[in-house]
Design a protein around this ligand. Structure first.
Ligand SMILES: O=C(O)CCC(=O)C(=O)O
Length: 279
């Protein structure tokens, strides 16, 4: 694959989402999942449910995914040739678990401003490493909601996977679209698109990695410190703290880089919140 078609890009801009986009075959996705599950077993302290942000800064196989041309070429079709990556999240729902994601807009809490360039400056790529269906709690989106900013309130609900359990009030779910993906397929969503996901009611893990977000040069920090990984093209704006991809698994410098990026990310995501959770 080398980028998206004009029809795919037009669909993304009109509706705020695009899926499915083929990235790799199911056997390759299973191999990546195998690497992830081996890493989870070997390094549980570095990849447990409350420590799933920015694992690409400590595990080379995840950094390679973030830099994978098949994903980045598609992202480039939306954000242009100068790209950096703000963060990654491993969204893992265990079999039969209650974890869910409430309706929210990512950009509401990111502490970034993309000004007039918003439609073309940021995109989240969500890569499925296992089957993502309505039953296993795939990402659901509310088409067209990317053109406005919705009010959110914090719930800190027990099984809500989001930091603050942030939720858009009064959502009309009747138009929701489930972004069902085979392993190795990805979806794209706009930073202002309202989306969420239900619990996993299947006997299998639902595993996805969100590259959140690939950013073009139009994005500026508004508050807090922001660590970004250069992906391709021109260097990121000097207001961002530039980080490097890890050269080997969990090197002391990679662990330290991930820790500082996560501390800064947490400060941004919990800015103004009445309390903090451990993730
Ligand atoms: O993986 C999920 O269930 C939710 C993902 C999500 O909210 C996101 O990628 O922004």
């Amino acid at each position: 694959m080398s980028g998206l078609s004009a029809e795919q890009v037009a669909h993304y801009h009109e509706h705020g989402w695009l899926a499915p986009v083929d990235v790799m075959g199911e056997s390759e996705a299973a191999a990546v999942l195998g690497l992830l599950e081996a890493a989870e077993q070997q390094h549980p302290d570095d990849l447990h449910a409350e420590h799933r942000n920015n694992a690409h800064l400590a595990f080379p196989f995840l950094a390679e995914l973030a830099l994978d041309d098949r994903i980045v070429d598609a992202a480039e079709s939306i954000v242009g040739p100068d790209i950096s990556l703000w963060s990654t999240v491993l969204f893992i729902k265990e079999p039969g678990s209650d974890g869910f994601v409430s309706w929210h807009q990512d950009a509401f809490y990111m502490g970034l401003d993309s000004g007039d360039a918003a439609p073309r400056s940021m995109v989240t790529a969500w890569l499925a490493l296992s089957e993502s269906t309505r039953q296993s709690g795939c990402v659901s989106v509310l088409p067209g909601t990317h053109t406005g900013r919705a009010e959110h309130h914090d719930t800190f609900a027990e099984h809500n996977i989001l930091t603050r359990g942030q939720t858009v009030s009064d959502v009309d779910e009747s138009s929701a679209v489930d972004l069902m993906l085979r392993p190795g397929q990805m979806s794209f969503h706009h930073p202002w698109l309202i989306h969420g996901s239900r619990p996993n009611r299947t006997a299998n893990r639902r595993v996805g990695i969100a590259f959140q977000s690939y950013m073009g040069p139009g994005v500026r920090p508004v508050s807090g410190e922001h660590h970004v990984l250069p992906i391709r093209g021109a260097a990121p704006d000097e207001r961002f703290t530039v980080v490097e991809a890890p050269t080997a698994e969990l090197t002391p410098s990679a662990v330290a880089t991930r820790a500082s990026a996560n501390a800064a990310l947490s400060a941004v995501l919990y800015d103004g919140a009445s309390r903090r959770r451990n993730f």
